[in-house]
Design a protein around this ligand. Structure first.
Ligand SMILES: Cc1cc2nc3c(=O)[nH]c(=O)nc-3n(C[C@H](O)[C@H](O)[C@H](O)COP(=O)(O)O)c2cc1C
Length: 465
């Protein structure tokens, strides 16, 4: 069996140099906002039948003011370090013809894409005219400039977080609304003509008949990055080129379509979702107060069935490790693998200073100092033994869905949380003495203290190679 140690493909995709507070990143120079190439005034499309799609996208992923009113704009889904690596395209039947549209959140409108042959999109899925297909395009190069190769993970985690929010809003009209996820074929990604790390991660097939009310106000972000990077060529680092090639390869050989997960009424109540979209925010830091054991236990028990459902529909084996550090009534250093219900042995050095070793494993990020408890979403090493990277990448998408669910659970319990992408998997594995899992993402919890703005731990040191 090939393990991750020998699977150089995955090793390359997973590589992160984060054993210090500073990440090291290969120097690259790419366009920051490449999809603005589709925003030509002559191609804008407005039509009443697109209104619900527009509202769906704006509510789930549009701009809003920061909850901390520090004048920064936020997206309505958590996003990796305020770099937004996911763009959305809509394939829909409009005025007697199929068209492929790009939604611009700056202009708040759709633009027709005219230089892509859409017959190959249509050939993949036999859409009927009452359905539309929403494509999640990961712009890997947008975050690679800051996060290096680990941006491969960020791009898919980001797309999954957005997909989860969109799916909930879409089903707010009725929870059983048909929805499928489609992994596009390798051929489709090759034929789109996207380049430099732009690739369809997956898509949704939705029924056109749903109703979402408009936002009260649309917020306009500055369009300053429009021209700033035009004409830049990627720095030809061999590692970067290798990852770009993987990214563009897509997740299946043939198009594959699966029904999306079940949603309960509570998870799709429009009133709840609108409040959530307006108020949710990633915690900047935590204070020293312990989290109540009932809250901790509820999160632990609620995430398991969700995770099992994700595992089932994506055919993956996510695990969730919980590490308690400041939970009332629970000894600091208590750890459990939640999905299989196994208590874990903690390295004796880590037991007495759990928050400290956790912070060290997560680039000394300040937020980890007072963490009350932390979940690590991981996969067993043998899941990476397929010859391709499909399972690994689907697992990242599944992990993103789990993070999104955890943001919801934290919001419902009025505690703070943040996804943490900057960690050393080796250092994490040392804490619970298990080298047979690969941590994909960390989600940390505590009582929010937003008096300080967080400093991005991915202060990059460019490697001049
Ligand atoms: C894939 C991913 C990785 C992230 N990594 C970190 C991290 O290492 N440290 C951190 O403080 N926040 C991290 N975040 C949280 C983002 O910084 C935060 O979601 C973003 O700034 C948007 O803020 P908001 O969630 O309040 O809208 C991450 C988010 C995502 C989706």
């Amino acid at each position: 069996m090939i393990s991750v140690k020998d699977n150089f493909g995955i090793k390359g995709l997973h590589l992160q140099r984060v054993e210090s507070p500073f990440s090291t990143v290969n120097r690259v120079s790419l366009r920051m906002d490449p999809f603005r190439r589709y925003c030509n005034a002559g191609n804008s499309v407005a039509h009443t039948s697109l209104d619900s799609f527009k509202h769906l996208l704006e509510w789930s992923y549009g701009y809003r003011n920061s909850y901390n009113s520090n004048n920064s704009l936020k997206r309505r889904s958590p996003s990796a370090g305020a770099l937004y690596p996911t763009e959305l395209l809509l394939l829909t039947y409009l005025e007697e013809q199929w068209c492929l549209l790009y939604y611009s959140f700056s202009e708040h409108q759709f633009f027709r894409i005219t230089d892509i042959d859409i017959s190959m999109f249509l050939a993949e899925n036999n859409l009927n005219k009452t359905e539309s297909q929403l494509y999640f395009v990961s712009i890997f190069t947008r975050s690679v400039q800051k996060y290096g190769v680990r941006a491969y993970r960020y791009a898919h985690l980001d797309a999954a977080c957005i997909a989860d929010t969109i799916a909930r809003f879409y089903r707010s009209d009725y929870p059983d609304a048909p929805l499928s996820i489609v992994f596009p074929s390798h051929t489709l990604n090759k034929q789109t003509g996207f380049h430099h790390g732009e690739a369809i991660s997956f898509s949704f097939i939705l029924q056109n008949q749903f109703h979402i009310p408009a936002l009260d106000t649309y917020i306009d972000p500055a369009k300053t990055i429009q021209n700033s990077f035009s004409g830049c060529a990627p720095y030809a680092s061999s590692n970067l080129m290798h990852v770009l090639e993987f990214h563009e390869r897509a997740l299946s050989v043939k198009a594959a379509r699966y029904p999306w997960m079940f949603h309960t009424k509570q998870e799709t109540s429009l009133d709840y979702l609108r409040l959530y979209a307006d108020k949710r925010s990633s915690a900047q830091e935590f204070d020293e107060q312990a989290v109540d054991i009932l809250v901790y236990s509820d999160l632990c028990t609620s995430i398991v069935p969700f995770c099992l459902e994700v595992n089932k529909f994506l055919g993956i084996q996510l695990q969730v490790i919980s590490l308690a550090t400041r939970v009332s009534g629970i000894r600091s250093g208590t750890a459990e693998e939640l999905v299989n219900g196994q208590a874990l042995h903690i390295h004796s050095d880590a037991k007495n200073c759990m928050s400290q070793v956790l912070a060290e494993a997560c680039q000394h990020q300040k937020i980890m100092k007072n963490t009350a408890f932390t979940f690590i979403v991981a996969i067993p090493v043998h899941e990476t033994s397929d010859t391709g990277t499909h399972l690994y990448t689907k697992s990242i998408i599944g992990a993103g869905l789990v993070c999104s669910k955890l943001y919801h659970l934290a919001y419902q319990h009025n505690i703070g949380t943040t996804t943490i992408g900057g960690f050393s998997e080796k250092m994490l594995n040392r804490i619970y003495e298990n080298e047979n899992i690969i941590p994909l993402v960390v989600q940390t919890f505590g009582h929010t203290n937003n008096t300080h703005s967080k400093i991005d731990a991915a202060t990059t040191i460019l490697l001049n190679i």
